[in-house]
Design a protein around this ligand. Structure first.
Ligand code: ATP
Ligand code: MG
Length: 290
């Protein structure tokens, strides 16, 4: 699988980004779900090997951030793409509306507590990016936060972007590799998925009335996403704008990005030095004696 190429095609790491240049229904050169599924399974197997080394080496951490409109498939991606990795080295956190305690702190506080340890893969299902998305689209949420009013001015979004960029640079300098995914679903496809949630009994539980309400703010969200990506896509913490109208392709692209990232870290099992070798030999001798 040409993981590198597929990963690169959807990578954004500069200010020159326009959402309309990215087609949610794109499937690259892939035309069949079956071929993609086979490549995905191979990718997942390789990912498991690399995760084992990441864990053993205990130097790097990998943070994967997922943002999207409702029904774009965040949950499914996390379930499928991470299906082969060892749960012991992987943590998933979902961020909903902040609690009273969380609102007592700065906007990065709650996510900072859940950052992955060295050797681990951390997955954020939504993240501090909600602070420049839902909070921007609904000004009343910003008003209900407890930031001193004199600090909430016209430049609030630029200030938040700057804080996020600085935070991510700090994390990457400490050994946390950050990859961010915007699952780019079309308004038309979202409608189909909502209808399925309403019509198919086994999907009813996924439906929430607020999803329809957020859909009415579609254009505002698209603008907020575009501005967010422009301002926070960097070389060390790029965004991937992943086509999300075809779930099989979304999964393939995300797995390629993760694989490509792990491959780039040059992971290896810790080297055994002479002292350790002697210790192992002595242990073996003892074990064989009895
Ligand atoms: P799913 O619907 O697939 O179960 P979800 O991530 O949409 O998953 P929900 O419980 O439906 O989960 O929604 C969580 C809600 O919390 C979203 O509408 C999101 O915008 C909101 N949210 C997350 N972070 C913040 C924040 N910092 N401030 C305000 N609202 C937030
Ligand atoms: Mg939801």
């Amino acid at each position: 699988m040409k993981t590198e190429k597929l990963a690169k095609a959807y990578r954004v790491d500069s200010k020159h980004f326009r959402l309309k240049d990215f087609d949610p229904a794109d499937t690259g050169h892939w035309h069949s779900k079956e071929n993609a599924e086979e490549a995905l399974q191979q990718g997942i197997a390789r990912m498991a090997e690399l995760q084992d080394k990441l864990y053993a080496q205990d130097r790097w951490a990998l943070l994967l951030i997922f943002q999207a409109m409702d029904a774009a498939g965040k949950d499914g991606i996390i379930k499928h793409v991470m299906s082969g990795v060892n749960p012991q080295g992987c943590q998933v956190y979902s961020f909903k509306a902040p609690s009273d305690l969380e609102l007592q702190h700065d906007f990065l506080w709650r996510t900072t507590r859940d950052l992955p340890e060295r050797g681990h893969i951390g997955i954020f299902n939504r993240s501090y990016y909600e602070e420049v998305l839902v909070v921007r689209v609904h000004p009343e949420i910003l008003a209900s936060q407890k930031t001193p009013p004199s600090l909430v001015g016209k430049k609030i979004w630029d200030e938040r972007f700057e804080d996020i960029r600085t935070f991510e640079r700090h994390m990457s300098r400490s050994g946390t590799v950050i990859r961010k995914f915007f699952l780019n679903v079309s308004k038309k496809e979202q409608k189909q998925r909502f209808l399925a949630r309403l019509e198919e009994p086994e999907k009813n539980w996924k439906f929430s009335a607020s999803d329809i309400h957020e859909r009415q703010c579609w254009d505002n969200y698209q603008e907020a996403y575009e501005d967010m990506i422009r301002n926070t896509a960097t070389g060390h913490a790029p965004w991937y704008v992943v086509p999300a109208d075809n779930k099989w392709f979304t999964r393939l692209v995300v797995s390629c990005v993760i694989l490509d990232t792990l491959e780039s870290l040059d992971l290896s099992y810790p080297k055994v030095d002479d002292a350790k070798r002697r210790e192992l030999a002595a242990a073996k001798k003892l074990l064989l004696k009895k």
